[in-house]
Design a protein around this ligand. Structure first.
Ligand code: PLP
Length: 804
């Protein structure tokens, strides 16, 4: 690469003239961004090719991570950092009067995901490469990622996201590697030489064209590949209405998560899933065949991981290739398939478990349907032998039942490993949600607690804190995050704690500046920054948070003796466009903000800010500035959470329920360094099973609750009319499915405790430090090492680490 800033500058200026056709004097910041991006990508190319060559020659086992979402965010800074050239580039650009930070702002977030699941896939890519593991991602190159959110008059407005508008410097189109994916048509069955032969005829094919992105590991030679498939018209269309065909085709990779509430949308979603799976599996098999004469030992060299059930058709697709193309018998093909595929479950919410009507599935994917049907019949036969006469159980467990294909059941039957994403979640899967499958396949079930890449979420997002850590314990934590433990030695070091405080303040000032620029609201940086950022969902209970704010407002208005440490409540959340209730909550948060922020009696102690368009690049500014992390889901509902880990790593204290990974955060930070409240998962699940909760009792018996709930509908918000009636109804008429009122008193108490604790600065800083010190466990390096060792059985490739 560049040995010094002068060499960098020379190359940068040459490249700028070549790519933009302008002199330096005429060039814009955008030109600078694209020049730099292209330059870095080209530099990466050699190592990228070398990595692939090495994998090919070594014939080491490789893993492919299939995910319908990759929430990557920006890549420039992250790549510069991982390549170890951040400083050279920064200095070189500074000589030319260019500010690297401003160039970074030009890059559009690659927002090809909704939230945690997609961000997990992105963190995993970083850890795989940084640990020198041969692992690649496969996804879809959506033209429009998750919508851009605007708040207008307190309501969410969605605009189409345009990350590709100016091109994307990190991708390389590989048109010669396109794969034709067939849909519709029918299957002709004939007998040839005593074998049944299946031909998919009259299919409408779509070209899957790969766009590859280099995944640069942290200061190592390993550069893996993230392959995103773009849907394009096939060169061999059978459809005669060419314009319609082109439109239909391109729609497959047009939007992330199209509306799936109607059949039209459903077909598109299922099309996306098969498109991803078929293109990915066939390209994996294609490169495998270059090194191996048959697919007999495929599972010894390839592991395929499916991130939730969206790519579960990998199972029948691999079967199809082994049966129809390799002409294997069923048993052998099945053995290879089951030993290749591993599955991660991300939720126990029953409404989120994917099911497809046969009337849609069968005509769209006729050969795949036949195979799923055969898998189902064989599985039901096994069940019948084990549980003779137990029709009910077989009906419950079948892959196809009542005209529906159950994707989770297919995943459970067709994979070698099934994992949950936090200890509690895995226990719930084993003992409740998937208990019947656990009985049959106990060895398949295992836990892999989620993680986040500490290189993006601490090293990059919080440079001040990273410097302090480096000065205190050295830089070893960057490769071995468990070393953050050593920070605990500083818990009685006043100077250190004071530096920790200064850093938090500086990060808060930075966020406050952005808030003022964007929203015109002044956030007091001596107030507690109490933050809840995540997708908007009833189970995540943003409602509990905002009702608490209303309660504090009431206290301040009614009791002149009431004292609290000033707080700034910050929210960031997108609601799914069709999720009516979630949008009401956004409106409520903004309505409360209007009221409390402008009331002279409260505005100095209470502020509410709703940050527009929550996304990865904004998240990187938010986590370092947080004092309190709100992780208040109804216990049992949040499989793991990863936002909770990002907060912890940046020294925020968690106010949370005993849900998902919060339980493990409590263990790692220490019981005294977290604020836990509310029902436990067992209690919640027992209420669901046995009844016994009546939200009206809490409403009637607790006047703090009655007051805030009534305020939703009694004119307290003068312009609201019946705006918040659906929220009122959900709490009282629908018996508060998420136990907001049940946990309300306990939440008020713990928040009061947290507020008090903040006033003992030294103690607070100690607690904050113990969170940072305990956060190493939540690095995705730990998570990925566990997957590699226990599920994928892959080893690090032997490469030289750069000693930078
Ligand atoms: C980490 C992250 C999430 C997941 O947050 P949870 O609190 O775990 O739901 C969602 N969106 C973005 C942009 C993230 O960075």
């Amino acid at each position: 690469m560049f040995s010094d800033r002068d060499e960098f500058k020379e190359e940068f200026l040459k490249k700028l003239e070549m790519t933009c056709g302008k002199s330096f004097g005429e060039s814009t910041e955008r030109d600078h961004y694209f020049t730099l991006g292209n330059m870095i990508r080209e530099h990466v190319s050699t190592e990228w090719i070398n990595t692939n060559e090495r994998y090919r020659i070594d014939r080491e086992k490789q893993v492919y991570y299939l995910s319908i979402e990759f929430l990557l965010g920006r890549l420039l800074h992250h790549n510069l950092m991982n390549l170890g050239i951040e400083q050279v580039v920064k200095d070189g650009l500074a000589d030319l009067g260019i500010d690297l930070n401003r160039l970074e702002e030009i890059e559009a977030d690659a927002g090809l995901g909704n939230g945690g699941l997609g961000r997990l896939a992105a963190c995993f890519m970083d850890s795989l490469a940084s640990l020198n593991l041969p692992g690649h991602g496969c996804g879809i190159r959506y033209k429009h990622g998750l919508f851009e959110q605007k708040i207008v008059d307190g309501y969410q407005v969605e605009l189409p996201e345009q990350w590709l508008r100016n091109g994307h410097v990190w991708e390389v189109r590989k048109a010669d590697l396109a794969i034709e994916v067939p849909f519709w048509g029918k299957v002709e069955t004939t007998e040839e030489n005593g074998r049944l032969v299946f031909r998919h005829v009259n299919a409408e094919t779509i070209s899957a064209v790969p766009y590859d992105m280099p995944v640069v590991g942290y200061k190592t030679d390993t550069i893996n590949t993230l392959r995103l498939w773009n849907a394009e018209p096939s060169p061999y269309p059978v459809n005669h209405d060419i314009l319609k065909y082109k439109r239909d085709t391109e729609s497959v990779s047009e939007f992330l998560y199209p509306d799936d509430t109607h059949d039209e949308g459903k077909i598109l979603r299922l099309k996306q899933q098969y498109f991803l799976v078929s293109a990915s599996i066939r390209s994996i098999v294609r490169s495998y065949r270059k090194q191996h004469s048959s697919l007999r030992n495929f599972h010894e060299y390839v592991s395929i991981h499916i991130n939730d059930t969206h790519p579960v058709l990998a199972i029948p697709e691999l079967m199809r290739i082994l049966l129809d193309e390799e002409e294997m018998g069923w048993e052998e093909a099945w053995n290879i398939t089951v030993h290749t595929i591993a599955y991660t479950n991300h939720t126990t919410l029953s409404e989120a478990l994917e099911k497809w009507p046969v009337r849609i599935f069968q005509p769209l994917l006729p050969r795949i349907y036949m195979i799923v049907n055969e898998i189902n019949e064989r599985f039901c036969r096994v069940l019948w032998e084990r549980y003779p006469g137990d029709w009910k159980r077989i009906e419950d467990m079948a892959i196809i039942a009542h005209d529906q294909v159950k994707m989770a059941h297919l995943a459970l039957v067709g994979s070698l490993s099934v994992n949950g994403v936090a200890a509690l979640h895995t226990e719930i899967l084993k003992n409740r949600e998937m208990n019947q499958f656990y009985e049959i396949f106990p060895d398949k079930f295992n836990n892999k607690t989620n993680g986040i890449t500490h290189r993006r979420w601490l090293l990059k997002a919080n440079p001040l804190l990273s410097d302090l850590i480096n000065e205190s314990i050295g830089a070893g934590w960057i490769r071995e995050p468990e070393k953050l433990r050593e920070l605990a030695d500083f818990k009685n070091d006043r100077v250190f704690l004071d530096q920790l405080h200064q850093i938090k303040q500086l990060n808060k000032e930075k966020l406050a500046k952005r808030i003022q620029e964007q929203h015109g609201i002044i956030a007091d940086t001596s107030s507690i920054f109490d933050i809840q950022v995540k997708r908007l969902h009833a189970y995540k209970r943003q409602l509990l948070n905002i009702l608490h704010v209303m309660h504090l407002y009431n206290r301040l208005k009614e009791d002149s003796n009431f004292r609290m440490h000033p707080r700034t409540f910050i929210f960031g959340a997108k609601a799914s466009p069709g999720y009516y209730y979630a949008k009401k909550i956004i409106k409520l948060i903004n309505t409360v903000a209007e009221k409390v922020n402008y009331d002279p009696q409260t505005r100095d102690v209470l502020k509410v800010i709703f940050l527009e368009n929550y996304r990865v690049s904004l998240a990187e500014e938010i986590f370092p500035a947080a004092d309190i992390s709100e992780q208040i889901s109804t216990a049992s509902k949040e499989a793991s959470g990863t936002g909770n880990m990002k907060f912890m790593m940046n020294g925020a204290l968690t106010v949370g329920t005993l849900d998902g990974a919060n339980i493990e955060i409590k263990e790692k930070a220490g019981d005294g360094n977290i604020f836990i409240f509310g029902l436990t998962a067992d209690e919640v699940l027992s209420f669901y099973q046995n009844g016994g909760y009546n939200s009206r009792e809490y409403y009637h018996h607790d006047k703090r609750i009655r007051q805030v709930v009534d305020q939703l509908v009694n004119g307290f918000f003068p312009d609201a009319d019946d705006e918040f009636e659906p929220i009122f109804d959900s709490l009282l008429m629908e018996n508060d499915q998420y136990f907001v009122l049940r946990d309300f008193a306990s939440y008020i108490n713990i928040q009061k405790e947290a507020g008090k604790a903040y006033e003992d600065r030294e103690h607070w800083l100690k607690m904050s430090l113990m969170n940072i010190a305990g956060s190493g466990y939540f690095s995705s390096d730990r998570t990925i090492s566990e997957y590699a060792r226990e599920i994928w059985k892959i080893r690090p490739a032997g490469v030289e680490m750069m000693n930078k």
